[in-house]
Design a protein around this ligand. Structure first.
Ligand code: FES
Length: 121
């Protein structure tokens, strides 16, 4: 574990699938647990600044056109903003909004000995 990795809590405290805001110094971070994987992103939506920790977890859903069949990507892991619904890929922080190229910063996160660590770099 590097010296910039911060212990942000026990894995069990994050539930099996959920998002929670943690404060590490001046950094507000949303830590997401999705089963046995953890992710960390800046807790500020790139659109108008909503706290992503109040968002919802879902899969990426698309449709080729209005009225076309909806396709769900079961391998995707997405955090949906609570205010206007922008969706972010948990791995990259990239917005999945077709018309936007925004992203939120991501941080390396991992589990060791039942604790969640976030590396602020
Ligand atoms: S503030 Fe997040 S989508 Fe608008």
């Amino acid at each position: 574990m590097t010296s910039t990795a911060h212990d942000v809590g026990a894995l069990a405290d994050f539930g099996e699938r959920g998002a929670r805001r943690v404060q590490v110094g001046r950094h507000a971070i949303v830590v997401v647990r999705w089963d046995d994987e953890v992710y960390a992103l800046r807790d500020t939506c790139a659109h108008q600044g909503a706290p992503l920790s109040s968002g919802t977890l879902c899969h990426h859903v698309t449709a080729a056109a209005a009225g076309a069949p909806i396709v769900l990507d079961p391998d995707s892991r997405v955090l949906r903003c609570p205010w206007h619904g922008w969706q972010y890929d948990l791995c990259t922080g990239r917005s999945l909004h077709a018309t936007e190229r925004a992203r939120v910063r991501t941080y390396p996160a991992r589990v060791a000995d039942g604790r969640v660590y976030v590396d602020l770099g």
